[in-house]
Structure formats: structure tokens, C-alpha cells
Design a binder for this molecule. Sequence first.
Ligand SMILES: [Zn+2]
Ligand SMILES: [Zn+2]
Length: 132
Amino acid sequence: MMTPGTYLKKRRVAAGLTIIDLAAMVHTNPRWGGVDKVAWIDRIERDIAALSPDVIATLADAFRFSRTVLGQLITIRSYGEDAIDPAPRLCMTCGCSEQDACFDGHATCSWSGPDSCTACVPAPSRSFAKEN
Ligand SMILES: [Zn+2]
Ligand SMILES: [Zn+2]
């Protein structure tokens, strides 16, 4: 299972944001400079900085992720895979889930494999080639 930090990183990337973009969007109290915010986000994504409810709320204002999934991943990280049953189903490429599916402007993604979504890995298409 992916870690909370990896999950947040995948969701940030899926939102099209660099760490620098995100640092410019989040507000910290006390006010930090851009370099400090970049370092802080990097520590969050490497599972070093703590994910307090305040931090989660700050990030949730900046890009879309499932707080439910994040909470489950935090629980799994602390107490092991068995702590959440069933474990959240995530796309290992973009981190989307049933709670926040990818949306391309027309349709939401669906599952193309056990841990991949159709936005990242297209579902195997049927071959209509004639067998001659
Ligand atoms: Zn995906
Ligand atoms: Zn998806």
C-alpha cells in the first residue's frame, strides 16, 4: 500500500501542480518563505513531516484528494495493512480512488486493472481485426 506522503504526491502531480506551484498556493502560520514551504511539502511527501488535521485542511484547499483515503493510509501506516478492511483501492499511477475519480471534462475514470485506472492505463481494447 502506498504511504500517505506518496498518495499526496501522486494527487498533487495528477492535479498538474509542481511543488513550487503548491508552495505558492498554501498559506502557513507563521508565514514561511517559498523555499521553506517547498522544503516542508517535500518532507510531507517523504512521510517525514507530520500530517496534522491543520496540514491536511491546508492541502485540501490547494488540490483534490480524498480525505477518507488519506486517513485510511495514515491508519495503515501506523497499525499495518489489517487495520483497514477492505484496504482502499487506489490507482498506483495517479492515486485516484472511488472517492475522487479522474475527470477529463466528459467522463470519470474507471478501473482498468486491480490497481490502475482507465485514465492512466487504458482498458485492453478488443481487437476487431479479421483473422484471415
Ligand atoms: Zn490513474
Ligand atoms: Zn483515475
